[in-house]
Write a protein that binds this ligand. Structure first.
Ligand SMILES: [Cu+2]
Length: 396
């Protein structure tokens, strides 16, 4: 609200200034000042220096931005292929940065150097094949190299060897949560279809498929360090996007089809928390939280909990009102911890059986059959009639 007011005030100020200059111009009518619409040498000089000022603004703001916000970008990648993605990103940044510094500098320098002057005449220059060749060939070669390197990286990242020993996990997206399904002992995910969603089988797993019998459904993702994890994504409703920022992985989740992505985690959650950059980052966040807590407590609120780092799976497609909150905690364990964690989980088949068993006695106890209900109702009605009759007799 405050920012809106500030914007309104600024707009009104600009309008007022514009009106003032117009009034000032009107007061000058008839005086000897130069009111010609043709730019004089003085005007051209001013424009030339303003252009230089703008160039300085671009350069200074870029350097300021890098210094002030440069530390906010993602740091050390936590997956094997993350290094490749980061190197591709860094090369692209360096190229863009160098080209922009040179071209913007040249553009502004030439505009200044060749600014209008009453003794200068513009040169008629039709074309130069040499120049055209230079500015077509250099960008084409650079872009081709970049694209080829990108394709090489993409193929490397997306390739999953069919015979490789991988951990198979399904990620199920729906508005607005993630659910994970592990393939179990056989490491094959059972078939699934949204039409089969029923009761606690919220992912629509086909329980008649033998491969489904050992599948495990969980709401917190655990993956082992150093092992390739093969994710298969499904969506129940709209387009979602499974985004693991720390692992440099992202894949759309499309209703009606299965998409996939695989990566090898290289740091356990505990190890990543201990990295110097992360220790510093968390300390900084907690310092800000402590300051905010003092403010909150002074206003009668409750203090904020200290922050601890966790890997996250986020949704990176605006999929509805609570999209911002669609996330799942990801824990990278050592292979031993992972095995232990998984062995403690019950399978979906066991969960369905347990739910059915829990429902049975409840059904027997609480909801009487139709005939019983009718008999109870009749008895109640008879009792009521007798009570009414007794009351009548007593009144007489
Ligand atoms: Cu989503």
């Amino acid at each position: 609200m405050t920012s809106l007011l500030v914007i309104v005030v600024l707009v009104l100020l600009a309008v007022a200034l514009w009106q003032l200059t117009k009034i000032f111009d009107l007061t000058q009518v008839g005086s000897s000042s130069d009111d010609s619409q043709v730019a004089s040498d003085n005007d051209n000089n001013i424009q030339g220096y303003i252009m230089f000022g703008f160039l300085a603004f671009i350069y200074i703001f870029t350097i300021y931005g890098l210094l002030k916000w440069g530390n906010l970008v993602l740091h050390t990648p936590a997956s094997e292929h993350g290094l490749l993605v980061d190197s591709l990103m860094n090369i692209t940044w360096v190229l863009i940065f160098t080209v922009q510094v040179i071209t913007q500098g040249l553009l502004h320098w030439f505009s200044f150097k060749n600014r209008g002057h009453k003794d200068k005449k513009a040169l008629f220059f039709a074309d130069s094949n040499k120049l055209e060749a230079i500015w077509s060939i250099i960008p084409s070669v650079v872009l081709a190299c970049l694209i080829l390197y990108g394709l090489y990286a993409w193929n490397n990242i997306m390739f999953v060897d069919k015979d490789e020993d991988v951990v198979e996990i399904e990620l199920y997206a729906q508005q607005f949560k993630w659910t994970a399904r592990y393939a179990g002992q056989d490491n094959v995910l059972g078939k699934a279809n949204v039409r089969l969603i029923e009761g606690i089988n919220t992912l629509g797993v086909d329980m008649s498929d033998p491969n489904s019998q050992d599948d495990i459904v969980v709401s917190e993702l655990h993956i082992p360090k150093g092992k390739k994890v093969h994710f298969k994504m499904r969506s129940q409703d709209v387009l979602h996007s499974a985004y693991f920022p720390h692992f440099r992985a992202q894949m759309n989740c499309v209703p009606g089809m299965v998409t996939e992505f695989a990566f090898v985690p290289t740091y356990t959650t505990a190890e990543y928390r201990e990295l110097p950059f992360m220790v510093e980052k968390v300390a900084n966040i907690n310092k800000l939280r402590a300051e905010k807590s003092i403010e909150l407590v002074a206003k009668g609120g409750t203090a904020l909990d200290p922050y601890t780092f966790d890997y996250l799976l986020l949704c990176n497609k605006i999929c509805g009102a609570s999209h911002y909150n669609m996330q799942m905690k990801v824990v990278v364990d050592t292979p031993e911890e992972y095995k232990k964690w998984l062995s403690e989980k019950t399978t979906l088949a066991q969960d369905i059986k347990a739910a059915a068993a829990a429902k049975k006695p409840e059904a027997e106890g609480a909801a009487p059959s139709d005939t019983t209900a009718k008999v109870i109702d009749t008895v109640k009605a008879v009792v009521d009639t007798v009570k009414a009759a007794v009351a009548k007799v007593a009144m007489k």
